[in-house]
Write a new protein. Structure first.
Length: 149
């Protein structure tokens, strides 16, 4: 008595699907390549001129799958070149505007940095001048006291 698909377990169904959907196409493809290899060997063994004919056909077959990818790459490259040309027409105007704002911001930062540092510099320079003044006064006095002349 034969079991129906409802009675089959999922593992058996999976095994049948793997056999028919994976192993059979792979085996047929390998068989086709073996037959083609054998035919090419037999064909080239009779005359050397047919070998170059088959090699030319093989090269065309190998290049055909790469041709669409190459055309797509050329299309993308052309689109990028066109887009870059359009961007370069408007970019100098906007880059000048951005550069102007950057210079204004840098001038603003420089002015405020100088304003913030100015009291500290004034305090340090004043204290250095006072210290030098007292240093000169006390150093002349000690020279005058210790002077033998």
């Amino acid at each position: 008595m034969k079991r129906t698909t409802i009675e089959l377990s999922t593992l058996e169904i999976h095994r049948r699907q793997v056999l028919w959907q994976i192993w059979l196409p792979v085996a047929l493809l390998v068989l086709v390549f073996i037959v083609l290899a054998g035919l090419s060997i037999i064909g080239t063994s009779y005359s050397a001129d047919s070998g170059t004919h088959w090699s030319s056909i093989s090269i065309v077959i190998l290049i055909l799958p790469l041709l669409p990818a190459g055309l797509i790459a050329i299309g993308i490259l052309a689109a990028l070149i066109y887009g870059l040309a359009k961007v370069l027409k408007i970019l100098p105007v906007y880059s000048l505007i951005v550069r102007t704002y950057i210079f204004q911001f840098s001038f603003f930062v420089l002015v405020w940095a100088n304003r913030l540092v100015q009291p500290v510099l004034w305090l340090q320079s004043t204290s250095a001048a006072v210290a030098k003044f007292f240093n000169l006064i006390f150093s002349h006095k000690s020279k005058l006291i210790n002077d033998p002349n």
